[in-house]
Design a protein around this ligand. Structure first.
Ligand code: ADP
Length: 264
């Protein structure tokens, strides 16, 4: 209990200053607790694929005379390896975003390109599930922001839309100007998210259905990256969802008027 400890030390100080110190200490403790949680979560999340890979390697050794089994185990090793790579990359992305909010590299980003690249990123996954992704971007839209970060955010949203939608369904990406802002919306007709889960999904490592997310290669970091990218680029992210009907995520980011010669 920090107040007791702090009061003993700062007794001669004025009341206001003491309060400020108490608050400071609790913030510090909260940050420290968050950091500890994050490290514990990271260790846990890394142990799972690493453990699986070790077991599979052992199984491959034992199944040497059964080529079919070897192939099956090898394929699963590859899947786990890819998951591990993705996880490590996302942890690095997230740590960078958290380390320095001001590091966002403000350039002029063409929204049409941003959306096209994000859609292209999920092209193979979408095709495998026979999902069509439509793009509807108002012409001449520009953002001011960090291109790589924004690319990661929109790509994550499109990837989720494809992942959490049934085969043969449709995903739509739309972007339009709204006053001083640009709204980029990714909508799907997938499984949807219950109202009580809609805030939690932006927490690090939070997954509505961990077993299912594991099967789809999910890490639970995608949406926390989206949230941090929105914040460090002066924007927000909104979610609308109805279980069974689908979801739609909107990035609201400051628009940018582009003068001649200011294009990237
Ligand atoms: P993951 O890597 O598990 O997809 P995210 O942080 O991107 O991690 O998402 C967190 C959780 O939010 C997911 O596990 C999933 O349960 C839910 N979710 C995210 N996007 C969607 C969506 N478009 N439709 C339904 N559920 C979603």
């Amino acid at each position: 209990r920090p107040p007791v400890y702090v009061r003993a030390r700062v007794a001669p100080l004025s009341h206001g200053l003491m309060l400020a110190l108490v608050e400071d200490r609790t913030t510090e403790q909260r940050v420290e607790a968050l950091r500890r949680d994050f490290v514990a979560n990271v260790s846990h999340e890394l142990k799972t694929p690493i453990g699986a890979i070790s077991l599979l390697a052992e199984a491959v050794g034992e199944a040497r005379d059964d080529p079919e089994a070897v192939e099956r185990f090898a394929a699963r090793m590859q899947t786990e390896g890819e998951r591990l790579t993705r996880l490590v990359q996302q942890i690095i992305d997230l740590s960078r975003l958290q380390a320095d909010v001001a590091s966002a590299d403000a350039g002029v980003v063409t929204v049409g390109d941003l959306v096209a690249e994000a859609v292209e990123h999920s092209h193979t996954d979408a095709e495998a599930k026979d999902i069509k992704i439509t793009q509807d971007v108002a012409p001449g839209l520009h953002l001011r922001g960090d291109r790589a970060q924004l690319h990661a955010a929109v790509s994550n949203l499109v990837e989720n839309a494809v992942t959490y939608s049934p085969p043969g369904s449709a995903v739509a990406v739309a972007a339009s100007a709204d006053g001083e802002d640009v709204r980029i919306t990714v909508s799907d007709r997938g499984v949807g998210i219950a109202p009580e889960e809609q805030e939690r999904i932006f927490e690090r490592f939070y997954r509505v259905d961990p077993a299912r997310a594991r099967a789809t290669g999910g890490t639970g970091l995608g949406l926390s990256i989206v949230k941090h990218v929105a914040a460090s680029n002066g924007g927000t992210v909104e979610v609308w969802s109805e279980p069974g009907l689908g979801s739609s995520f909107t990035l609201v980011l400051p628009a940018r008027d582009v003068d001649e010669g200011e294009h990237e």
